[in-house]
Design a protein around this ligand. Structure first.
Ligand SMILES: Cc1cc2nc3c(=O)[nH]c(=O)nc-3n(C[C@H](O)[C@H](O)[C@H](O)COP(=O)(O)OP(=O)(O)OC[C@H]3O[C@@H](n4cnc5c(N)ncnc54)[C@H](O)[C@@H]3O)c2cc1C
Length: 327
């Protein structure tokens, strides 16, 4: 629902940006407006990638359950339970991307965006409920981490061995191995995001086990971890989709447009991951332990800086040319 709304809003924004003239030219010519259009497209493309991915996973699980003799209802419930974490991620991601899109759409419309006589204002007001119902976004963030730890404790999900592997890596010399092949930097960035989360959440869980922290009373740290999980799932889904698109001949846009979306997203997500991990670590670790974690973080946030201005312009120009969603 949110993704569909975002596409309508992008069309509204692109149309207005092409029509509205200021200083003798359409406002869509201005870099500040291109930035907004590109971001709307990138964030919705990432949301769409994560949603399609989860839908397929749920469908596969439902079919497998049904093939094993489960009733239709039972199979649907099993699939929903298996992917509850992903669904919480999608709920939060989708509603927050929509809020971003409707807000920037009002901004692109300037003064008339504020007037109820234009549809931008209605989209802005209507969007706001999405972060509240179907489980508020705070409750969904809490659920993500709660589910993750519950599954780990039940032995359904192994996060302990990968967390140990990250600890071992932190104690060793940094690898000098050269990255090769298509999307090598992007693949490494996503793998590193996982390490950042394992390091931060694993560190907090260890403090909890040692009786030095009660995570139930430390929601701020849980929010940091949930935000990192959202960025990771969106980034990985985007990478998988863009890599798949690179192998296809027929597609709506040249590959460089999809690559640009992936690169800008990873550039920004790296900064968000760094901020969330730093906030989380500084909230539970002190002294030498904190220093060790923060040094570890520096190993894992090395995605090379991207010329986001040029990449966003490329994406915005595709949107302006098509008059809206064109991916
Ligand atoms: C237009 C609209 C349509 C709706 N449709 C439906 C519907 O069809 N079916 C239905 O069942 N409900 C529906 N609702 C209700 C909606 O699901 C609730 O409003 C929502 O779950 C939030 O509950 P609340 O309003 O009691 O807020 P509260 O629970 O009082 O929350 C207030 C704030 O505190 C935060 N908060 C609460 N508990 C915690 C916690 N433990 N830790 C951290 N933060 C917390 C919340 O995230 C929120 O920010 C609808 C609401 C609206 C406005």
């Amino acid at each position: 629902m949110c993704m569909g709304g975002n596409k309508v809003v992008l069309k509204m924004a692109a149309t207005y940006a092409s029509e509205r003239q200021q200083f003798g030219q359409p406002i869509g010519n201005f870099g500040a407006i291109k930035h907004k259009l590109a971001e709307m497209a990138i964030r919705n493309f990432a949301t769409e990638s994560a949603t399609y991915r989860t839908s397929q996973l749920m469908q596969d699980k439902k079919n497998a359950e049904a093939a094993a003799g489960g009733s239709y209802g039972q199979s649907m419930l099993e699939a929903a339970e298996e992917y509850a974490i992903e669904c919480s991620i999608l709920k939060v991601l989708g509603s927050e991307v929509t809020d971003y899109c409707v807000d920037e759409n009002v901004q692109i419309h300037g003064g008339i965006g504020y007037s109820e006589e234009y549809p931008a204002a209605r989209a802005y007001r209507d969007s706001r409920i999405n972060r509240i119902y179907e489980g508020t976004n705070e409750i969904n963030r809490l659920l993500m981490i709660d589910q993750l730890f519950k599954r780990a404790l039940k032995g359904e999900l192994d996060i302990v061995s990968p967390a140990w592997a990250v600890q071992k890596e932190l104690a060793s010399m940094p690898s000098m191995e050269r990255l090769e092949g298509p999307y090598a930097e992007e693949t490494k960035a996503v793998a590193d995001f996982k390490k950042i989360i394992l390091m931060t959440a694993g560190g907090a869980a260890k403090m909890q086990m040692d009786g030095k922290l009660n995570l139930k009373e430390e929601q701020e740290i849980i929010m940091n971890c949930a935000d990192m999980m959202i960025d990771l799932f969106a980034a990985e889904s985007l990478l998988l989709r863009v890599r798949k698109l690179s192998e296809k001949q027929e597609k709506a846009q040249p590959q460089e447009v999809y690559d640009a979306m992936l690169q800008v997203f990873l550039h920004d997500a790296t900064a968000r991951m760094t901020k969330n991990a730093t906030d989380g670590i500084a909230s539970f670790a002190e002294g030498d332990l904190q220093k060790t974690f923060l040094m570890g973080l520096k190993r894992f946030n090395k995605y090379p800086a991207v010329n986001v201005k040029e990449k966003r312009r490329l994406i915005a120009d595709a949107v302006l040319k098509a008059g809206g969603w064109c991916f």
